[in-house]
Design a binder for this molecule. Structure first.
Ligand code: B3K
Ligand code: ZN
Length: 844
């Protein structure tokens, strides 16, 4: 496959004045006619006229009304064109019913829908399918479907046809079309300048009662973007469509967002609190793209983080405002460490702005998204809230309508704040996770912290330069009072000291508050000091982190030395967990133990080969010890967290349920599932029902509940995804692969549906010791299915290959088994470009 480089960027030789499409729908023979006005681009070097196009059957092409015979290649077409402006016309035929890759125009449960980002439009018609070519679109849809939607505003319709016009120039990746017998949940929003916007959530008949929450989330997002970023909506209508077969979460097409149904449909009976929170965040994320992504888009796909990092950052701000900022921050860091850190520290490591790719879909990663958002958080911390707001205003003013770059983005900050961001820019080009170590000194009333940073080598980057690190620090007196409130130290050197004077006694430092930079903090501290911070730190994140450090240290000793559980930590934690003045959601997070992925990283970093069975055993032993030590406390905690009011997915209620269910998991270790069965029987919402089922599965006491659950929910695809997922995720490791294998034998294991595939295979990979079973059964099962899925859906297959990214961390036997499976995948004839690139990188 061909490698594309950032450094090779060249503008397209023509500008597109406007695009007219006529799409006559038919499952196996959809006809797409295009009329496009091309005008020579004065800013581009001379080049031959090339339009992208894949898997298209060209029926006719014409220039200025004269038929032409272009040269067709697997990637597109070449044609001789006039030297001035001209009208290009083409007609192609495609088969959406045969499209299982779910990219381009495809069918899902009888409805037509599209997914064009990143390069799917070229499967619909011949076009310069690149984000820097922007045009207005007029779209006519012909077909018998009741509902026919595209971008922009509806302009006209009649029997069997509908026409849409999008006045905002956009790249082809934001094109969308939907047609089907759908029903809508309507709504309305009045913008701050008084314009009324029609809102709709379109779903399959039967799902209309699951739209109310999404609609409220959409209105809240529209209001928030006006209030916080001054951004108003810019069309008369905003449509959201729920689709069952979708490769990712959702897509921000202009005025017509398309969602994986799992990311928009919600009801108390069928969705968990976590589902509700995620839906709210994704609706916000896609809506926010209207400005950060659509009005200002990316010049090329290397700039993906320009829209994704910023939009993730914006949606996390939104969630923090709607719910608890502290809880959101802690959850984001858990997620970053579980997904982004292993990526950044293994064979798939790449900069936030990659410099080359073979298949761009492989770069919609935790690094581009989540580390991309962290970079913006650091920038905001460095310049301050006021200057951040000034820079953003300038960004929107200067670049509205542009296909922009990271250079443009940073220039706006430099111009708005007068800062030089040359060194900061390394965050976009240097891959890998910086390690930060610290020593302290106290003499003559002066307290000094000395930091050292270094970033281990990553693929293609053996030497690393120092990065700009905003290190938020607070100092506490030994009596627990804060003597220095949160201060941001700006580290720019490989080694640097910062002093605080006027401190007669040596303070206790609270370092990297709020996780102010995405680094690995290496600091050997006495457990007493951690327990002190756990009890006294005013920074919620570091309070949680102190406990997490103690948990990691405890598990490390249990795994490597066969030590017993750290009861001093358990007792210190108890004080926090039982503190009724603290947010229950925060207390629930305090109860969660380090993820298996986090423990693998810790062991690897300390030169210990992680043994999945030992990690599992230690974690189980620690949870048992917590349960036993707190046997009297647990029932009281559950009582305290009981919710008696009618169900609401709000932060307050869901926090209580999170705490109650974390406690239930511990209780199950003592009573074998009695309390869980009682909760299961009484549950009137999915949060309570599912967590009870999870406990019953872990206890091996699930038979009755599992059958009851299936009988109750067999007709609800999204709930059955949970049923599939939970059995694999919550089962004991020795059963995980067998159980996953058995589930794939079922008639309702619709493996071409990405949600169902991920429910089983994604959960297998999440059952750490199960996936890494010594006999290789987990690896083999997954590889078998990846090989099979690749023929239909390369994108979802490639994405799932990343579960092998830590393979070199394990013992030689497991390494050999994983390597063999990766090589077996690589050797498959006709392997997709997506998966070829992934396995090649994994094996390199
Ligand atoms: N922009 C889309 C992701 C498209 C992924 C293409 N493989 C969703 C989002 O980030 O909002
Ligand atoms: Zn996005």
């Amino acid at each position: 496959p061909q490698t594309i480089y950032l450094k090779d960027y060249t503008p397209f030789g023509w500008q597109v004045a406007d695009v007219h499409l006529t799409v006559a729908l038919a499952p196996n023979a959809t006809r797409v006619k295009s009329r496009i006005h091309f005008v020579p681009n004065p800013n581009a070097p001379e080049q031959e006229f090339f339009l992208h196009g894949e898997e298209l059957n060209l029926i006719r092409a014409a220039i200025d009304g004269e038929e032409v015979a272009p040269e067709i290649t697997p990637q597109g077409l070449r044609c001789k064109v006039p030297s001035g402006p001209f009208l290009w016309e083409s007609e192609v035929e495609i088969a959406p019913a045969e499209n299982f890759a779910l990219e381009g125009l495809y069918m899902s449960n009888g409805m037509y829908c599209t997914q064009c980002e990143a390069e799917g439009f070229r499967k619909i018609t011949y076009y310069p399918d690149r984000p820097d070519v922007m045009a207005t679109f007029t779209v006519r849809i012909e077909g018998d479907e009741k509902v026919k939607l595209s971008n922009g505003n509806p302009t006209d319709s009649g029997e069997g046809w509908a026409e849409w016009h999008d006045p905002w120039p956009k790249p082809a990746y934001l094109f969308a079309l939907v047609a089907g017998d759908l029903v809508n949940h309507p709504g309305e929003f009045t913008t701050r300048s008084g314009k009324t916007v029609e809102l709709n959530i379109w779903v399959r008949p039967g799902d209309e009662d699951k739209c109310a929450f999404g609609m409220e989330a959409l209105k809240a997002s529209m209001k928030w973007d006006e209030e916080v970023y001054g951004r108003e909506y810019d069309l008369d209508i905003f449509n959201i469509v729920a689709v069952d077969d979708f490769n990712m979460g959702a897509m921000e097409n202009k005025g017509l967002n398309i969602f994986n149904s799992s990311c928009v449909l919600a009801s108390p009976e069928t969705s968990t609190d976590a589902n509700f929170e995620r839906i709210e965040a994704i609706i916000a994320h896609e809506y926010f793209h209207n400005w950060t992504g659509n009005r200002i888009t990316c010049r090329d796909w290397f700039q993906l983080c320009l829209k994704e990092g910023l939009t993730v950052f914006r949606d996390s701000q939104f969630t923090s405002d709607m719910r608890s900022a502290e809880v959101k921050r802690i959850s984001d860091v858990i997620d970053l460490r579980a997904r982004q850190f292993p990526e950044d520290q293994g064979p798939l490591s790449h900069p936030v702005r990659p410099e080359s790719f073979q298949e761009i879909n492989n770069f919609y990663t935790a690094t581009v998204y989540e580390k991309g958002a962290e970079v913006i958080g650091m920038l905001k911390r460095l310049v301050g809230d006021e200057d951040y707001a000034k820079a953003l205003d300038l960004y929107f003013e200067r670049h509205d309508g542009d296909a922009a770059t990271i250079e443009d983005w940073l220039k706006v900050f430099e111009d708005a704040t007068g800062r030089d961001l040359a060194q900061f820019k390394r965050w976009y080009s240097q891959s890998g996770t910086p390690h930060l170590s610290v020593t302290e000194d106290h003499a003559d009333g002066v307290y000094t912290l000395t930091f050292k940073q270094h970033t281990p080598p990553t693929p293609g980057q053996s030497e690393k330069a120092p990065q700009v690190l905003p290190i938020a620090v607070g100092l506490l007196n030994p009596n627990g009072d804060e003597v220095v409130p949160t201060t941001v130290l700006e580290m720019t050197e490989a080694e640097q000291s910062f002093s605080f004077d006027g401190l007669s006694s040596k303070p206790v430092p609270s370092i990297l508050r709020g996780f102010s930079a995405p680094v690995v903090l290496e600091r050997e501290t006495a457990p007493e000091e951690k327990r002190f911070l756990l009890a006294h730190d005013t920074d919620a994140f570091n309070r949680w982190e102190a406990s997490r450090d103690l948990a990691r240290a405890c598990l490390y000793a249990m795994i490597t030395e066969g030590a017993g559980p750290d009861t001093a930590w358990i007792d210190a934690l108890e004080q926090v967990v039982r503190d009724a003045d603290l947010d229950p959601a925060f207390r629930a997070l305090m109860l969660s133990l380090p993820t298996q992925s986090e423990l693998v990283q810790m062991l690897h970093a300390r030169g210990v080969t992680p043994d999945p069975d030992a990690i599992y055993a230690a974690t189980e032993a620690l949870k048992n010890a917590m349960a036993e030590r707190w046997s009297a406390l647990l029932p009281a905690l559950r009582e305290e967290s009981a919710v008696t009011a009618a169900y609401s997915p709000d932060a307050e209620q869901s926090g209580k349920r999170a705490l109650g269910n974390a406690v239930l998991a511990l209780q199950t270790r003592l009573d074998g599932g009695k309390a869980a069965q009682a909760q299961y029987d009484a549950a009137d919402n999915m949060t309570m029902q599912l967590s009870a089922l999870s406990c019953l599965i872990s206890a091996g006491a699930e038979e009755t509940a599992l059958a009851a659950f299936e009988a109750q929910w067999k007709d609800d695809r999204l709930v059955m995804d949970k049923w599939f997922a939970l059995q694999v995720a919550a089962t004991a490791p020795e059963n995980a692969a067998t159980r996953a294998g058995a589930l794939t034998e079922r008639a309702d294991f619709d493996w071409k549906n990405p949600n169902r595939f991920r429910a089983v295979m994604g959960s297998l990979a999440m059952n750490h010791a199960g996936f890494h079973a010594k006999d290789g059964s987990g690896y083999k099962l997954l590889a078998d299915w990846l090989i099979r899925l690749d023929e239909k859906n390369p994108q979802t297959t490639a994405r799932m290959c990343s579960v092998f990214q830590t393979w070199k961390r394990y013992d030689t036997q497991r390494q050999a088994l994983m390597q063999a499976e990766l090589e077996r995948i690589a050797a498959k004839p006709g392997l997709s470009r997506d998966v070829t690139e992934m396995v090649t990188r994994l094996l390199s």
